[in-house]
Design a protein around this ligand. Structure first.
Ligand SMILES: NC(=O)c1ccc[n+]([C@@H]2O[C@H](COP(=O)([O-])OP(=O)(O)OC[C@H]3O[C@@H](n4cnc5c(N)ncnc54)[C@H](OP(=O)(O)O)[C@@H]3O)[C@@H](O)[C@H]2O)c1
Length: 325
């Protein structure tokens, strides 16, 4: 039995708790410590999930005997911590979006290349069993040539005090949730070539609703996102010989319908384990055990295409973050 991969996490909020809860389902790994700006929050988190370590500083984390870090902080912090961990030779699984824009992401990816350290954006949807099954069916030509995606993610984020409404922290529906739909479009249709965007800007200066029309290498996509609305969460993947409807919250997929051009329909079902985050964590852990430097499921090219789609949307609508010169 190889020694377990020792993981630490940075951030102790909502997704950090979901990650830690799901860790029980990951084989060949142990979660050994947590870092948060507020040490009291880290202590509470460590007690809640029975973690042995609380780091008083980033330096203390970097000096520990760990092989992997999961970044669970607001978007703008991701590249900062990724660069520090990669320079220290520690593999990084970064929450989405991996960085607020393409130049900031490129800095991280270039550092991962230069240091030869594993890095991956935690786009969980890519790793769900049903999505893997859909990808296999699409590769077999189940709906012919895939050429259209219609997907969105809209939810009511509530109080505008939350960091998703803070432009200094790269808030807005695009980076918070349109990144999921950008993943689906880029994974199935390739990199974006043209993006037209209508954005509704709220009182804090971030986009609270977005509707995007995108041309990709191999087709077109119609995407939407919102922090002040809701939707049923379905996604449609169109092809020359049929289509697939992923039902419910397509980003946590469980059930889909494959409809052929002749009208016959097939129900696709596959459950996920725990809260669903363990699938990406297992993949990342397995890559480390195998000594592999890159994920072929969530590649650097795919991460680049995803954030490029959102950069192009913001450029089209004339929206910049205050920290972008
Ligand atoms: N994959 C998914 O399903 C999913 C779901 C939700 C969110 N996310 C992503 O996960 C990231 C974190 O989101 P979250 O919902 O977990 O947020 P959250 O609940 O607000 O937690 C943020 C964490 O980051 C720390 N932090 C560090 N710098 C901060 C700053 N400048 N402002 C506020 N907090 C800061 C906070 O602890 P301290 O104050 O102690 O530092 C806190 O533990 C986001 O990038 C988001 O896109 C992913």
């Amino acid at each position: 039995m190889p020694k377990p991969i020792r993981w630490a996490l940075i951030g102790s909020g909502n997704i950090a708790a979901r990650f830690a809860a799901d860790f029980a389902h990951v084989q060949g790994a142990e979660l050994v410590g947590v870092l948060s700006r507020r040490e009291s929050a880290a202590r509470e988190f460590a007690a809640r999930f029975a973690l042995p370590g609380v780091y008083p500083s980033l330096e203390a984390l970097l000096a520990d005997d760990i092989q992997a870090v999961y970044l669970a902080t607001p978007h703008t912090e991701h590249p900062v911590h990724a660069l520090a961990c990669l320079e220290a030779g520690i593999a990084v699984l970064s929450e989405k979006p991996a960085a607020p824009n393409l130049p900031m992401l490129d800095q991280v990816l270039d550092t991962a290349e230069r240091r030869g350290v594993l890095y991956m954006e935690a786009m969980k949807s890519a790793f769900y069993p049903l999505y893997r099954r859909i990808k296999a069916l699409l590769a077999e030509g189940a709906i012919g040539e895939v050429n259209f995606v219609n997907a969105g993610f809209a939810y009511n984020a509530g109080n505008r005090d939350h960091h998703v409404f803070n432009p200094m922290l790269a808030g807005g529906s695009l980076l918070d949730v349109a990144i999921y739909s950008a993943f689906l479009a880029c994974d199935l249709l390739g990199a974006p070539r043209q993006v037209k965007a209508l954005l509704e800007i709220g009182p804090t200066g971030v986009d609270e609703m977005a509707v995007l029309s995108c041309r990709h290498e191999r087709g077109m996509a119609s995407l939407f996102s919102a922090l002040n609305s809701t939707s049923d969460g379905r996604a449609v993947i169109g092809g020359s010989a049929g289509h697939i409807v992923i039902e419910g919250r397509w980003w946590n997929p469980r059930r889909a319908q494959l409809v052929s051009a002749t009208g016959s329909s097939l129900t696709l079902e596959a459950d996920f384990t725990g809260g669903g985050l363990c699938h990406e964590t297992q993949h990342f852990t397995d890559l480390l055990h195998a000594g592999q430097g890159r994920s072929d499921i969530l590649s650097f090219e795919l991460s680049r295409a995803m954030i490029q789609t959102l950069d192009m949307a913001r450029a089209d609508a004339g929206l910049r973050f205050p920290f972008e010169t």
